[in-house]
Design a protein around this ligand. Structure first.
Ligand SMILES: *Cc1c(COP(=O)(O)O)cnc(C)c1O
Length: 463
């Protein structure tokens, strides 16, 4: 797709609409000198080269990649108008697009009815879900998995709701026995399950968590900020995922999902959906402004945020037109990620230089260099040395590290020598379908660095 051509289309289309409203003179105070602009833009472009190459398959580190070009041109077209989706009269067309795009998310999750909207981020989506949980279960605690995103503890603190941490099992999933014991204590009003943890891409056993929580009258919120779109691949053949946890989504009370993670969108696009539309009552507020276009609840009345980019809704809406939420649409992108992660994990297991930390449940691969004496301090130092050498050598590879606790590491690898409280290991989020054709390169490159680390041939990075 030629982004230059379609960006020009978007600019022209908006200019054509603007031309209908009659000529006017832009104010001279807004004029800029083209030479100064050229210099400023040259400096900006130069500064931006300081980024890691998130777009390239050699970048296999954090959860970052550019948006799909379709999202970029959709965003651009709407941004030139700059509608504000906090209220219907801030931009009626993008407000309708937001409804349609969120309806599509709800269908994907299996919600028959819902109340939902886009947010600036997964953090805000989770905040809204926890806010509603506080209102429906006042005075009761929120149970969060030990491997859940740190936002839950932070936002619960903000909301003044106590949290209880549920230990993780040997695959980074919420431990069911520990949850059962906690629920039996009667303090917990809400359980937060995660489908796709940020660290490992672990899938909590939602199909077991849900009935357990219900039997204690607890609410269930699902943080699917990272993994939610993988619902498309639940039960989808050999490339697919065990459908059981994903099918349980339809019965949960709320879900947070980030189109800016796996929905091909630029940052500024999260979403929260509630299964019971009646929770809209908790948002009621008296705005000093008059909303004059609609009698029904509109977006500004069902979200905690005020201004939000209508352009984010336009970008998501257009992306869903071209890459629909189906197995063959966005699902084909995600299936390639899964195949890449599985193929790399197999390679790690069948060759010696790296040790697989745990089998990937989604698209995140975790491993550490195989050492003659696998002490935690040595694993930590070698992983850090590989991360740094990978970025700085010719033919670079970009990874990230994950801090594994002593207990987590020894749970999976009892032979590891326990001489520190934690150790960094290597972690790669394979979010781009192109990674699939780079698995051999990625593996050989990282295994080569691991062999060097084992031989003590890599420079020690400064701590
Ligand atoms: C990224 C992430 C979040 C936070 O979302 P932001 O969009 O970064 O605010 C919350 N939970 C999980 C599981 C995530 O991966």
């Amino acid at each position: 797709m030629n982004i230059r051509e379609w960006a020009a289309y978007a600019v022209d289309a908006v200019a054509a609409w603007q031309a209908n409203w009659g000529d006017y003179q832009p104010h001279p105070s807004l004029a800029v000198d083209p030479d100064a602009l050229a210099r400023g833009l040259a400096e900006l472009s130069e500064r931006l080269t300081g980024n890691y190459p998130f777009f390239h398959p050699r970048y296999a580190g954090q959860m970052i990649k550019p948006p799909h070009p379709v999202a970029v041109v959709g965003y651009l077209a709407a941004m030139l108008i700059n509608p504000n989706n906090h209220a219907l009269d801030g931009g009626p067309p993008t407000a309708v697009m937001e409804r349609e795009a969120v309806d599509a998310l709800a269908r994907m999750l299996g919600f028959e009815v819902h109340l939902g909207h886009l947010t600036s981020s997964g953090t805000i989506a989770n905040l809204e879900a926890l806010f509603v949980a506080r209102e429906t279960h006042p005075g009761r605690a929120i149970a969060i998995g030990a491997d859940s995103h740190y936002t839950h503890a932070r936002m619960s603190h903000l909301l003044g709701v106590p949290t209880r941490s549920v230990p993780a099992d040997a695959r980074g999933r919420m431990d069911l026995d520990a949850l059962a014991e906690l629920l039996a204590g009667g303090e917990v009003g809400t359980v937060v399950a995660t489908l796709g943890t940020t660290s490992l891409g672990a899938i909590d056993p939602l199909d077991a968590i849900l009935p357990l929580a219900r039997s204690h009258g607890a609410r269930v919120h699902v943080d699917a900020a990272y993994g939610g779109f993988y619902a498309l691949l639940a039960g989808a053949g050999p490339d697919g995922l065990d459908p059981a946890p994903w099918r349980a989504l339809a019965e949960c009370d709320s879900v947070a999902i980030d189109p800016h993670k796996h929905g091909l969108q630029p940052y500024g696009c999260g979403a929260v959906l509630f299964r019971d539309p009646a929770v809209g009552r908790f948002y009621r507020h008296d705005s000093p402004y008059t909303y004059f276009t609609s009698g029904e609840l509109h977006l500004g009345e069902i979200s905690l945020e005020c201004s939000r980019a209508g352009a984010a809704a336009a970008a998501l809406w257009l992306t869903q037109r071209l890459l629909p939420l189906t197995v063959d649409g966005l699902g084909a992108v995600l299936a390639a990620n899964l195949r890449a992660a599985r193929a790399w994990a197999r390679r790690i297991e069948t060759t010696g230089a790296l040790t697989l930390y745990q089998p990937p449940q989604l698209d995140i691969v975790t491993c550490y260099p195989t050492l003659d004496r696998p002490a935690m301090t040595a694993i930590d130092a070698a992983s850090a040395a590989i991360l740094h050498a990978g970025m700085s050598e010719a033919d670079p590879v970009f990874l990230s590290t994950l801090r594994a606790t002593r207990a987590a590491l020894r749970q999976r690898h009892p032979s590891v020598i326990d001489d520190a409280a934690s150790a960094r290991i290597l972690r790669s989020a394979l979010m781009k379908p192109e990674s699939e054709t780079w698995v051999t390169w990625l593996h050989d490159r990282v295994a080569g660095l691991a062999a060097q680390a084992r031989a003590g041939a890599l420079p020690r990075p400064r701590p």
